[in-house]
Design a binder for this molecule. Sequence first.
Ligand SMILES: [Zn+2]
Length: 247
Amino acid sequence: MTESKITQLQPLPDDWQRALAVVAHPDDLEYGCSAAVAAWTDAGREVTYLLATRGEAGIATLDPAVCGPLREREQRAGAAVVGVRTVEFLDHRDGVIEYGVALRRDIAAAIRRHRPDLLVTLNHRDTWGGVAWNTPDHVAVGRATLDAAADAGNRWVFPELAEQGLEPWNGVRRVAVAGSSNPTHAVDARPGLERAVRSLLEHRSYVEALTDQDPEAYVRDFLTETTTATGRRFGGIPAVAFEVFGR
Ligand SMILES: [Zn+2]
């Protein structure tokens, strides 16, 4: 495919006020899209994070009982760097999250509580592109989030939620999937990039277990490379890509 035939990404519409970002693990949003989150909170938009797990199975050298609380602290610190004050955890089990009704119900409940216009999640597709296989946790949470956008608005799906005082919310207008192998839209990464680096660097235990490189150099290289690559399809502007599903 020649350069001129590569589809250009469209700017993500900014006609919204509240976002709920739903992912499987601590660090998913920091690898995936925190430069965009920083720009959104700068503009006065409210962003809440919901994590299916505490990432307790993420570090081979740490017992889950130690790792979970540590990664929760790192996640809260990483969120604060990009202006996110509310971080919630669903306590599904890291590594073996099951796609299904229980997960859809938990996410639908959070949507009804927070009433977002925009849902954000991480790649629900089988691969990251090519033959880079995705993990089952990301696929499960991404798919359940796409499904829960509709579940949250239907009174007769999960009627027990209404009995708990969580009235239907059918106000989700888009679901934006970060890290997708099939992106359609993008957000300028430049204003938030430095904070994205610092937010990913807050996951220091994870990053240090992952690489022998200097953590800051590793994080900066990763985020610079991914945003620059996206920029080739966004007028040369370093950007965070999303696959956007309208409703
Ligand atoms: Zn993950």
